[in-house]
Design a protein around this ligand. Structure first.
Ligand SMILES: NC(=O)c1ccc[n+]([C@@H]2O[C@H](COP(=O)([O-])OP(=O)(O)OC[C@H]3O[C@@H](n4cnc5c(N)ncnc54)[C@H](OP(=O)(O)O)[C@@H]3O)[C@@H](O)[C@H]2O)c1
Length: 204
């Protein structure tokens, strides 16, 4: 859901995209075909090799496997939208004193990890992209410790149609990840449907 939709939008926004990591290669090829532009299917290693950015959009329990398949990520900008959820996606297994994003950064200490895109449901991405030329855009928080990776993430966030909100260092993912649980509650458990985004406003 996250990788397929964001990858499709990145490709339509003009980026060269490699879809990787699924049990069916046919699915990845179909995604690339439907995305159009400069999109193709590949292995996680091929996706990471020459990439300016890698989007990590897999279940928490798949981190070990996908990172092994991706190979050396030294120096790479790794944008994670993944949440540290238990097997049946009912609760966070890391929270308050750490976050999924920080745990990921520990696993790949030479990569430049930024947390972005995970605070909205995948269902809303195409609607946000379609309305990207409107004056008022929804917000999207992101956080990380590395300026370069944050600039790359902010550009991608803008390309999708959001207004990027820099929330500070990666440890702030301790708060953005539980915030996502609120968004999921509003999207899936409260009347109105899952095409939900949010907007912050500052008053003087
Ligand atoms: N969905 C949302 O709205 C949302 C919102 C915020 C954050 N997130 C987070 O984003 C991450 C991705 O969520 P998602 O909903 O996008 O998940 P998803 O649709 O299930 O996508 C996960 C990807 O991993 C692949 N995969 C799973 N098991 C595999 C295996 N054994 N071998 C190879 N590939 C495998 C899946 O391929 P297959 O086609 O083979 O299943 C799929 O391509 C999660 O950490 C989630 O918590 C999701």
């Amino acid at each position: 859901m996250m990788g397929a939709k964001l990858g499709t939008i990145f490709a339509r926004a003009g980026h060269e995209v490699v879809f990787s990591y699924a049990r069916s290669e046919q699915k990845l090829k179909r995604l690339a075909r439907n995305a159009g532009g400069k999109a193709r299917a590949g292995t996680p290693r091929e996706a990471a090799q020459d990439a300016d950015a890698v989007l990590l959009a897999v279940h928490w329990l798949r981190f070990g496997d996908v990172l092994k398949q991706a190979g050396d990520l030294s120096g790479k900008v790794v944008v994670t939208c993944s949440m540290p959820m238990n097997k049946d996606n009912t609760k966070l297994v890391v929270a308050h004193t750490s976050s999924g994003a920080e745990q990921l950064a520990k696993k790949i200490p030479r990569a430049r990890v930024v947390s972005a895109f995970g605070t909205v449901p995948s269902e809303v991405f195409f609607s946000v992209y379609e309305r990207r030329r409107k004056a008022i855009r929804p917000s999207l928080v992101y956080c990380g410790d590395d300026r370069k990776s944050k600039n790359v993430a902010a550009r991608l966030i803008r390309d999708v149609g959001f207004d990027p909100v820099d929330a500070g260092p990666l440890r702030i993912a301790r708060y953005t990840e539980p915030f996502t649980m609120l968004i999921a509650q509003l999207a899936y458990e409260v009347k109105g449907g899952p095409k939900l985004a949010y907007r912050f406003e500052r008053f003087k």
